[in-house]
Design a protein around this ligand. Structure first.
Ligand code: FAD
Ligand code: NAD
Ligand code: ISD
Length: 426
């Protein structure tokens, strides 16, 4: 018959770790909870992989960044799971799910059954083959999603002495990996189709600051185009990246960050799918009342904006996981998930945070030449989004408050003049 648990968390990433801690806070019986993960290590703070993990000095390594150290909570080591009677089924891929029978099938053909399932399968990287790029199977092409990917990239980077790197994609992975490569002394060329970096969030003006900073560190930007093929040498290693217009960029290492897809496949046809994710309600419950979905894989009602979104960021993974557990353990006390979008990044000595929604007109403040500047997004006379580079803890908290309160503002010139003081005065 196989193993059976009251609650199974499928996926052993950020959301799983935060869900486990929340279960323990609520008091779960020994043997009731099991986490199944394709990864061979317990849940860890994934953001570290493109930041501290890739530093040339003072790098972080597991077990230092297991969840939940990202928010200053306990570090959940294998010993912690054992002490709390939580079963970790690691290095185990689930290849089929039967939600009617309440069973999961492992790649080794073991059946694991549950009363309640929390889907925390996160996402997989999009591969260049999916964009029609040919010869994308050459060696020295690196993607970054898990600690194995990060270890391979780190080893290649260390061995690269004198070599050049090309980074494909101008989103989070592209920007953070380019910074890490340059910090490790590797010259980088970045290639992406948009006219500026971080196009999903940044305006051209915000992007200019970061592009200028990266350029000052030696990064070369090739924007508004895509690659078409890799040129490989006799050893099967990348020798160059060929762009659509035929330009040849010599490359000894390529990092690819061209987006992700939520891992929904096991549940398609069994659960409602929306916006590329598993649709949940305000309790993170799916269209099957025994099944919850959290983190990157969940398409959830964003109460503040009255729409359904799927967010690919760690703060939401942590909070949605805790919320699902609260809804399971104390349903009478749990209201609907009311999330304020929060994104951030840290590269070189720079650090920015964003709260809210990046819709409407953008009002800029501060002085980017001094490394401290920001922006408010105004939609229908309300401040709906707020961004700040180089802020303090108190300033970022004030920014979050602005985005949460959405104050009315008629005088955008005054707002620009007040800048961060506007947020601090709320
Ligand atoms: P994940 O953490 O991806 O975990 C999913 C887990 O499910 C994995 O363990 C996976 O192996 C497992 N799994 C999937 N399918 C199966 C299966 N069939 N069987 C068994 N196991 C399965 N966000 C930020 O806000 N700030 C950052 O600075 C930041 N940095 C990042 C850096 C990197 C390198 C990456 C990759 C992401 C970063 N993110 C960041 C995004 C953030 O890490 C994700 O939003 C978060 O990890 C999502 O958590 P999750 O638990 O939903 O999914
Ligand atoms: P992304 O969505 O941030 O960026 C994807 C990028 O792919 C786009 O900006 C675009 O430049 C590029 N692109 C799209 N099609 C392309 C093509 N044909 N050729 C070349 N480039 C193309 O995704 P990502 O950077 O791959 O990051 C993966 C995931 O990891 C995301 O969910 C992201 O949120 C997460 N992540 C977050 C952080 C953070 O929040 N600080 C850091 C790292 C990773
Ligand atoms: O970069 C990060 C980040 O945002 C985390 O949560 O690393 C992790 C932990 O702070 C690593 O200790």
């Amino acid at each position: 018959m196989g193993r059976a648990y009251k609650v199974v968390i499928l996926g052993g990433g950020v959301a799983a770790g935060y869900a486990a801690l929340e279960f323990v806070k609520h008091g779960i019986n020994r043997g009731d909870l099991c986490i199944i993960s394709a990864e061979s290590v317990p849940p860890y703070e994934r953001p570290a992989l493109s930041k501290g993990f890739l530093l040339p000095e003072g790098a972080v390594r597991l077990p230092a960044f297991h969840t939940c150290v990202g928010v200053g909570e306990e570090r959940l080591t294998p010993k912690w799971y054992k002490e709390h009677g939580i079963e970790l089924v690691l290095g185990t891929e689930i290849v089929a799910a039967d939600l009617t029978r309440k069973t999961l099938l492992t790649a080794a053909m073991e059946t694991i059954s549950f009363q309640i399932l929390i889907i925390a399968t996160g996402a997989r990287v999009l591969r260049l083959e999916e964009f029609g790029v040919t010869r994308a199977d050459a060696q020295n092409i690196y993607y970054l999603r898990d600690v194995n990917d990060a270890t391979k990239l780190l080893e290649a980077m260390i061995l690269l002495k004198g070599g050049k790197a090309v980074v494909i994609g101008g989103g989070y992975i592209g920007m953070e990996c380019a910074a890490a490569l340059v910090t490790n002394g590797v010259p980088v060329t970045m290639v992406f189709p948009e006219s500026h970096c971080m196009a999903r969030l940044f305006t051209p003006q915000i992007a200019t600051f970061y592009e200028d900073y990266y350029t000052s560190k030696g990064v070369v930007f090739i924007k508004g185009t895509v690659m078409s093929a890799f040129e490989s040498n006799q050893n099967g290693k990348v020798a160059a990246v060929i762009l659509k217009d035929g330009t040849r960029l010599p490359a000894d290492l390529v990092v690819v960050g061209v987006g992700i897809r939520a891992n929904t496949t096991l549940f398609e046809g069994q659960l409602v799918i929306e916006k590329g994710g598993i649709k949940v309600n305000g309790k993170m419950r799916t269209s099957n009342s025994s099944v919850y979905a959290v983190g990157d894989v969940a398409a959830f009602p964003l109460k503040m904006y009255g729409d359904v979104r799927r967010l690919e960021h760690v703060d939401h993974a942590r909070k949605s996981a805790a919320h699902a557990v609260q809804a399971i353990m104390t349903p009478e006390k749990t209201s609907d998930y009311d999330y304020l979008p929060y994104f951030y990044s840290r590269v070189f000595t720079l650090s920015w945070q964003f709260f809210g929604d990046n819709v409407g007109d953008c009002i800029y403040f501060g002085d980017s030449t001094k490394g401290k500047f920001g922006a408010y997004w105004i939609d229908k006379c309300r401040v709906v989004g707020a961004f700040l580079e180089g802020g303090s803890k108190d300033e970022y908290s004030a920014l979050a408050l602005v985005a949460r309160q959405r104050p009315i503002t008629e005088d955008t010139e005054a707002l620009a003049g007040q800048g961060i003081k506007f947020a601090l005065s709320l």
